[in-house]
Design a protein around this ligand. Structure first.
Ligand code: SAM
Length: 425
């Protein structure tokens, strides 16, 4: 690897959110730069014609650049694009879509305007905790590194979550020993804040007592701990039952349960699903989690089959449906990657939604493609795996008719998509 300096002009922003410039013999990706920036950068050759760059000096700012709102921007790996004006940032998120669709041979009649979750609305975060000899640090990893940025502020998460950071630091200084590591998963639920500490460190009586005291002092709904290599969690204290409410139906949440990243993002996705399912009498919700789509569909009178690998989420969803008097909501704990629901079992439905993790749902998409269910919605947090699954559906006779981009991950390069497919024969 050779390193050298060069003066470059940034031409565009790449898929990972880094500025891209031409250099002799190739291109370089430089974090925290914007189109039109002229900058001196340090370049490291990572392969033939491939360079990684580090901004050394901004010689002239491009028209899309602004002052980043967070003092940790640049060091913290949580955000990549705070230095763009809101207009340029929104345009970058959505402008990648036509090109991605074209490269995958996909056509769409309508791309809806980007739904934008505002700053300070992220309702879940996982903070890394490092206990040092004298103190503890709490924050997010630096980009491509295990070093943790000691956060003093975070404009991305809900203010109540940001306000918990000093309390977590204090807890770690009491409860952990020098060299110990932990993750703190914090989620805002309909019952208040839910805290799950994941660590292999031994938490003695003092560590547990400190967590219970933190719950009382910070008015948390629940505090639990888990071991990174073991399933399940131990609830150490619960001030009130922890619930989400989907379609007006309360559903219990296990510690660390999945939730969409923002409440308004979830509302946008649910709205899209419900509109596409208009008039459906029988539906399937695959990768259903705690039932963000299944419960509102069932509440509407639709018979719903809902499946997910998470046994606790499925048990809680089943219980919620029984308590709400929704017997037509049928649940199954199922590994849909290993055992996708076969096309024949889906064929009786007139609507299906699937919302898999980042890797997508290749095998399940193959079954859906063969099922001829008239309307299908795919929800995805990864445009790359979405395009692959979409190609499988269109290869089976579906048309991609509507695409809704949702920016639940503000200032990151991530983008959530909801897409409607109609069976065209
Ligand atoms: C993006 S979340 C969607 C959850 C839900 N639709 C919602 O909006 O809250 C993905 C879900 O896929 C589930 N999952 C992950 N791997 C799975 C697998 N192999 N089989 C079935 N479900 C899986 C997770 O438990 C999680 O609930």
């Amino acid at each position: 690897m050779t390193a050298f300096r060069a003066d470059v002009t940034i031409g565009s922003i790449g898929r990972r959110g880094d500025g891209v410039a031409a250099v002799a013999g190739g291109t370089v990706h430089i974090p925290a730069t914007a189109p039109g920036d002229r900058a001196t950068v340090a370049l490291t050759e990572t392969g033939p014609g491939r360079f990684r760059g580090r901004l050394l000096d901004l010689l002239e700012a491009g028209p899309d650049r602004r002052e980043p709102p967070c003092r940790h921007f640049g060091a913290c790996g949580g955000c990549a694009l705070q230095h763009l004006t809101p207009e340029a940032y929104g345009a970058w998120k959505i402008d990648m879509l036509p090109d991605l669709l074209a490269r995958n041979g996909l056509d769409v009649a309508t791309i809806e305007p980007l739904h934008r979750s505002p700053p300070g609305s992220r309702r879940r975060a996982t903070f890394a905790i490092r206990r040092r000899r004298e103190d503890a640090i709490v924050g997010f990893n630096e980009r491509h590194s295990h070093r943790v940025v000691d956060l003093r502020a975070c404009p991305v998460v809900l203010p109540q979550i940001a306000a918990l950071i000093p309390a977590l630091r204090g807890w770690a200084e009491t409860a952990l020993q020098a060299g110990d590591r932990a993750d703190a998963h914090v989620a805002m639920t309909d019952s208040g804040l839910d805290l799950l500490i994941r660590t292999s460190a031994r938490l003695g009586g003092a560590g547990r007592d400190a967590l219970v005291a933190l719950l009382a002092r910070e008015d948390l709904a629940r505090a639990a701990r888990a071991h990174p290599k073991q399933e399940g969690a131990e609830v150490l204290a619960e001030a009130r039952p922890v619930r989400a409410v989907h379609g007006g139906v309360p559903v219990a949440l296990a510690p660390g349960a999945f939730a969409q990243a923002t409440a308004d993002g979830e509302a946008a996705l649910t709205g899209f699903v419900l509109e596409a399912a208009e008039g459906a009498a029988r539906a399937a919700d695959l990768f259903c989690g705690s039932g963000a789509f299944a419960l509102p569909l069932a509440k509407r009178g639709c018979a719903v089959y809902a499946a997910d690998i998470d046994r606790a989420a499925i048990a809680n969803l089943g219980m919620a449906a029984r308590q709400a008097g929704l017997p037509a909501l049928r649940t199954e704990a199922r590994n849909l990657m290993r055992r996708p629901v076969p096309a024949g079992d889906l064929a009786g439905a007139d609507f299906a939604v699937f919302d898999p993790p980042r890797a997508g749902a290749k095998d399940q998409a193959v079954e859906i493609a063969a099922s001829r269910v008239p309307v299908v919605v795919a929800v995805s947090c990864d445009p790359g795996s979405f395009m692959r699954d979409a190609r499988i559906l269109t290869g089976g006779g579906y048309r991609l008719t509507r695409l809704q981009p949702v920016d639940q991950f503000i200032w990151s390069a991530h983008l959530e998509l909801a897409a409607r497919f109609d069976f065209a024969g």
